[in-house]
Design a protein around this ligand. Structure first.
Ligand code: 5GP
Ligand code: ZN
Length: 112
């Protein structure tokens, strides 16, 4: 997707504070952090949201989920962390390229 912000970050066309990357995914710091640590983990492949997932994505999604503990530990989040996935306008999604939020550090706000 040529006009997708997160595709451009994954391609290195727009700068981001990248903390981890491999052939399948990129993790970088959220530009407007909502916690002391706020990372976004994206697939390099343009997938709009959870709604577009298919069985062919299963290994990719498992890889992403299993990366979260490592990313959290690397950020010093030894006490735990929160993961959020917003889906669609009704779910508060603003960037339409699938991303997992990883937040932690200090006191997180109450939920809901
Ligand atoms: P959403 O609301 O779609 O779940 O989350 C999108 C996230 O992307 C927001 O937390 C927002 O702060 C972050 N974001 C938006 N634009 C940029 C950007 O250009 N760079 C980075 N690193 N994060 C961004
Ligand atoms: Zn994209």
């Amino acid at each position: 997707m040529s006009d997708c912000l997160f595709c451009k970050i994954a391609a290195g066309e727009i700068p981001a504070d990248i903390v981890f990357e491999d052939e399948q995914v990129v993790a970088f710091k959220d530009i407007y952090p909502k916690a002391a640590v706020h990372l976004l983990l994206i697939p390099r492949q343009h997938i709009v949201s959870l709604d577009e997932l298919e069985p062919a994505h299963d290994a990719l999604i498992a890889h992403m989920i299993r990366l979260l503990p490592k990313l959290a530990k690397d950020q010093g989040l030894d006490d735990g962390y929160r993961t959020i996935v917003n889906t669609g306008p009704g779910g508060g999604q603003e960037i339409f390229h699938l991303h997992l939020h990883l937040l932690g550090g200090g006191r997180l706000p109450g939920f809901g």
